[in-house]
Design a protein around this ligand. Sequence first.
Ligand code: 2U9
Length: 335
Amino acid sequence: MQEKLKDIEIEAQKQIDKAASVEKLESIRIRYLGRKGMLTEVLKNLKNLSVSEKPIVGRQANILKQKISSSIEARIRTTGRHKKQKQKADITLPGIKPTSGSLHPITQTIRDICEIFSSLGFSRIVGPEIETAFRNFEALNIPLDHPSRDSFDTFYLNNDFLLRSHTSPLQIRVMEKHKPPIYIVMPGRVYRPDAVDASHSFMFHQIEGLAVDKTVSFADLKGLLYMFAKKMFGKDTKMRFRPHFFPFTEPSAEVDISCIICSGKGCRVCSGKGWLEILGAGMVHPNVFKAVGYNYKKYSGLAFGMGVERIAMLKYGIDDIRLFFENDCRFLRQF
Ligand code: 2U9
């Protein structure tokens, strides 16, 4: 009986090695391991063996059963892979669509804003986030003892360098190097000592603009920003200027647009006022021109600044600034 088992093993292995299809292997399984298969027959006939032979043959038959079964499985896997590789060449199968990402809403908003100013003759420039205290404050007419410095005084690296609190020091860099005419917009990250909540973040993005030329006027500033607001928020957008104070511009204004939700009637988004503040602006202060060595009698300049997150929140109806920085794909996928 033990010899018979050896013969079965050799023969089964030969057939398994030769089998070239899953169907063929299935028929081998039936032949050896099926209900009427050779090995099943051996096990059924155990009862006719002697008491001493019975456990030995039983154990060997079971081991062989396991061996043949594993051998068939292994062969199925290789013939299966062979088959799959062949199927790869089936060019009639539909393709697998790759998932595509999209631009972050802040990146998208920066691009939208810069494109509008580019169509109005402004060049986009970027600069370092680490700045000198001189360019971030003194050159912008914010001396050490100025009260407005408190809301900007931010992340110092040492006595002289800090993370910029606005992109304005970049305008200083440009004016230090170049003579007018200058027409530039500057997007970038800025840092403030603000506690994080739904509308504040210690880091956010700004876009500032600067135009310096021989005859730049407040009328140019109004016309430019009105054009921007219509292109960004729709052609029926209205705009108003409210007098304000900034150290680096004089005169200065805060600029509102008619509420994009209620068109000025008053709603929850505009707190019933009908207006939404979108940016600050003004004419460049003579002290700023002095700091960069420009003749303030020869040149005049307009400047403006806006928070990108605020613009994106208004445009897309987002009520919490933190959503921009959490990297939650459920939020980001909507853009
Ligand atoms: C130079 C001269 C003048 C840039 C300006 C504002 C007004 C302003 C705020 C809007 C919201 C900052 O992001 S925010 O918190 N900005 O209101 N910015 S005028 O004026 C300059 C800049 C550079 C050399």
